[in-house]
Design a protein around this ligand. Structure first.
Ligand code: 5GP
Length: 223
């Protein structure tokens, strides 16, 4: 696939200048469309890479180890935590989830931004570790009915799992005000467009454009 070079797709560069990578965190209750949004964003923007989490949850039909998650047992997960290999971790809906640190560092080193599909606990931990680099976006469903319908028709989870996720939805939504941006996913295309706009603007922030000082110095010398 050829690489488009729109301003939102310039990876580690902005207007041709080097910049600091950012950590784009997406949180939402299960069923608000976050996974679809992430997938579409990654398809359209080659300057951002997904952080693939480690989890003790069993794979859903169609999920692939290493692509959707690194599926591990509890002992292996705990070892990663003990070894300091996780940037953050949390218990969500009764399972353990965590972000492998090394992969994030590798992506940042190659000049790519990193996308995280993590819950509010993970967002808080990442913010504590890299406050200047984190951009937090919360996705809300347009209504309780929509969320319930999406969870029930996903048909991948058993009824008790759906019930646990609905109960967890309220706990997740309670943290909406801790985020820098909030998007209501009533229309997927519009939501994606807004997400891309956020990413484009955040990439252009002065503080992220590390080469600007040098450029300005040169400009002033030439005047
Ligand atoms: P699911 O089981 O539906 O894939 O994910 C359940 C929840 O766990 C989602 O809200 C998702 O954002 C969150 N999650 C997935 N990976 C991580 C992670 O590495 N860390 C944290 N804190 N939450 C995660």
């Amino acid at each position: 696939m050829s690489r488009a070079t729109t301003s939102a797709d310039t990876g580690g560069k902005s207007g041709g200048l080097a910049r600091r990578g950012l950590l784009l965190v997406l949180s939402s209750p299960s069923g608000a469309g976050k996974t679809t949004l992430s997938r579409k964003l990654l398809e359209q923007d080659f300057g951002i890479a997904m952080s693939v989490s480690v989890t003790t949850r069993a794979p859903r039909p169609g999920e692939v180890d290493g692509r959707d998650y690194h599926f591990r047992d509890v002992a292996a997960f705990e070892k990663l935590g003990d070894d300091g290999a996780l940037l953050e971790w949390a218990r969500v809906h009764g399972n353990l989830y965590g972000t492998p640190a090394a992969a994030v560092m590798e992506q940042l080193a190659t000049g790519r931004d990193v996308l995280f599909d993590i819950d509010w606990q993970g967002a808080q931990q990442l913010t504590g570790k890299a406050p200047a680099d984190v951009v937090r976006v919360f996705i809300l469903p347009p209504s309780a009915e929509t969320l319930r319908h999406r969870l029930e028709t996903r048909a991948q989870d058993k009824p008790d799992v759906v019930a646990r996720r609905l109960a967890g939805a309220a706990a997740e939504i309670e943290h909406w005000a801790e985020y820098d941006y909030v998007l209501v996913n009533s229309d997927l295309d519009m939501c994606l467009e807004n997400l891309r706009t956020i990413l484009a603007a955040e990439r252009l922030k002065r503080s992220r454009q590390t080469a600007l000082a040098g450029l300005v110095e040169g400009l002033l010398k030439g005047l």
